[in-house]
Design a protein around this ligand. Structure first.
Ligand code: URA
Length: 258
C-alpha cells in the first residue's frame, strides 16, 4: 500500500528518512538556502505546496528536515500537526523579528524562552493560562551556538502576535486605527521586559508542548521599533547569515548529543 502523503505539506514518513529534527522558517523562499547552508553538498528538494516547501539535509550523520510554515499561527499549526504525525520530535523555528528594547542593536539574534500568546491558533489547543515555553535543551543549544558563532544575542520573552499591524501596535495602516485592546501595548510589553515581536512562536511553543514534543525559537532582529530603524540590504544579508550559522551549530550540538 502506498504511504500516506500529508494533505498540506505533501510529505510522507518515508520521505523524511528518519529525521526527528525540523527547522521551520516562515518563508518558503528561504528553505533551499537554509538547507544548503546546513548541508552544502547533499541537501535535496522534497515537496512544495502552498506555503509549505520542504528540503532534506544531512548533518552529523543524521537527517534534518527544513520546512516552511508560512506567516502566522494558523498555517504554522497545520505544519506542526502534520510534521509531528510523521515523526518529527524537535522543532526549531527560525525567523525575523522587530525588537522593542532600546539596548538591542541591529542586527542581533533573539532567542525566545517563552512567548506572550497574542495568537488565536494556540487557544484552539490549550487554555490561555497554559504557557508558551521553549524546551530547555534546545534553547541551551541555541545559546551555545550563538556564543560559538560570535553574534550578539539576547535571551528572553517574545510577544507573538497574529497580526503584523494592530497586534504589534503599528499605526501606519489603511485606517490608521489600532483597536483599544492593542493601544499602548508596545510600551506595556517593553515595561514587562519583553524583547521583541514576531508572529509564530506562541503557536509553535504551545502546540509542541501540548504534543509532548520539543521546540526552540530563534530570530534575527531586522527592525527596531524604538530607534525606528530598518537595516540596510547588506545588514539584512548579514542577519540572515548569522541566523543560518546559529541554527546549523545548534543542530550540530543537539544531533551530536543524541
Ligand atoms: N516580524 C514581525 O512580526 N515584526 C517585525 O517587526 C519584524 C518581523
Amino acid at each position: 500500500m502506498a504511504e500516506e502523503v500529508k494533505y498540506h505539506i505533501r510529505l510522507s514518513k518515508g520521505m523524511l528518512q528518519g529525521a526527528v529534527y525540523a527547522v521551520l522558517p516562515g518563508d518558503p523562499g528561504r528553505v533551499e538556502k537554509v538547507a544548503k547552508y546546513i548541508d552544502p553538498n547533499g541537501a535535496i528538494f522534497l515537496a512544495a505546496n502552498r506555503e509549505y516547501t520542504s528540503w532534506l539535509a544531512n548533518l552529523s550523520g543524521k537527517k534534518v528536515l527544513v520546512c516552511s510554515t508560512g506567516i502566522g499561527g494558523p498555517s504554522t499549526s497545520i505544519a506542526l500537526e502534520e510534521l509531528a504525525s510523521l515523526g518529527i520530535k524537535n522543532f526549531y523555528r527560525i525567523g525575523t523579528t522587530g525588537v522593542i528594547q532600546p539596548d538591542i542593536k541591529l542586527p542581533s539574534i533573539i532567542i525566545t524562552t517563552g512567548s506572550v500568546r497574542l495568537d488565536g491558533a494556540s487557544t484552539h489547543y490549550a487554555p490561555i493560562e497554559y504557557p508558551a515555553v521553549a524546551d530547555f535543551e534546545l534553547t541551551k543549544a541555541l545559546v551555545e551556538a550563538a556564543k560559538d558563532v560570535g553574534v550578539e544575542y539576547h535571551v528572553g520573552i517574545t510577544a507573538s502576535s497574529d497580526t503584523f499591524y494592530p497586534g504589534q501596535e503599528r499605526y501606519d495602516t489603511f485606517t490608521g486605527y489600532v483597536p483599544l485592546r492593542f493601544q499602548n501595548t508596545l510600551k506595556e510589553w517593553q515595561k514587562l521586559h519583553v524583547l521583541n515581536y514576531e508572529m509564530e512562536s506562541a503557536t509553535l511553543l504551545t502546540l509542541v508542548s501540548v504534543f509532548g514534543l520539543r521546540a526552540g525559537m530563534v530570530a534575527s532582529a531586522i527592525v527596531s521599533r524604538i530607534a525606528g530603524e530598518t537595516p540596510s540590504d547588506e545588514e539584512l544579508v548579514r542577519a540572515e547569515d548569522n541566523l543560518s550559522k546559529v541554527i546549523r551549530k545548534a543542530l550540530q550540538i543537539r544531533l551530536e548529543a543524541e
